[in-house]
Ligand binder design. Sequence first.
Ligand code: HEC
Length: 94
Amino acid sequence: MTPAAETQQVVSEGKQLYQQYNCTACHQIYGLGGYLGPELTTAYSDKNRGEAYMRAMLQAGGSRMPNFHFTSQQIDALIAYLKYVDTTATPIKD
Ligand code: HEC
């Protein structure tokens, strides 16, 4: 597989997990979803959140964020998906 095809595969795995675990019940992407948890569209590039913070949350949960006991591979896929979503939401700078 080419690196681009690999990325595409892991992003789509992450998207499937996002749907399967119903993250949307508590989180919004592109403004759609629940309001208990923070909006995730730009969480990856948000300097107060970012990849390390998101990983920690997916590994252990938070005070209200459930611990789903994901494998590291599942976490990688979810992060890849949320990273991808973030790139699609970044405004064009001039
Ligand atoms: C029951 C509601 C609920 C569900 C379901 C849920 N979350 Fe969360 N999530 C939260 C809350 C609330 C927080 C904020 C931290 C806290 O209060 O625990 C959070 C925080 C996060 C964060 C940290 C980033 C940030 O912006 O704070 C990420 C990443 C995240 N959730 C991803 C997910 C993913 C991916 C799923 C699905 C596998 C998911 N969550 C399912 C409630 C939920």
